[in-house]
Design a protein around this ligand. Sequence first.
Ligand code: NI
Length: 169
Amino acid sequence: MKIYTYPDQVLKTPAEPITEIDEDLQHLIDWMIETMYAAPGIGLAANQVGVLKRVIVFDRQPREKGRDPAVLINPEIVLGESQIKWEEACLSVPDFSAEVVRKAQVKVKGVDRHGNPLDIEAEDLLAVCLQHEVDHLNGTLFIDHISGLKRALYKKKLKKMLKQQEEKG
Ligand code: NI
């Protein structure tokens, strides 16, 4: 699946809650997991593949080798505690990373791909990842959390990259 990148409008648009867990959704989830690992990434929200539905996929053990994919449908952060600063990057914001302040521990509620309630308690990298992915569903990117100056630097860099791509044909 194609991964949409900034400044595509689909990344700024809040996704709609999922009301039916059907076969199309199962295919979407499979494709998203495949796309995430192929990128490679540790999390992916449906907005990033151009689908405005509230579903995220992520790896439960993002630091380990091997794969432990998980799915949350209609995820909601219900609890967040203490703060952590983390250097973030995003498949939709190529060639850029920046420090973002997040909650260090979160509890996220949702349902799994079979419609069963799923609560996830996470800390550090996984907590950051879950907040980042839920942000995507709300139309927010990590660069929306950084200073205007840093964001302007990224936009300048992006302009230059796009120009270079154009020149290459
Ligand atoms: Ni992202």
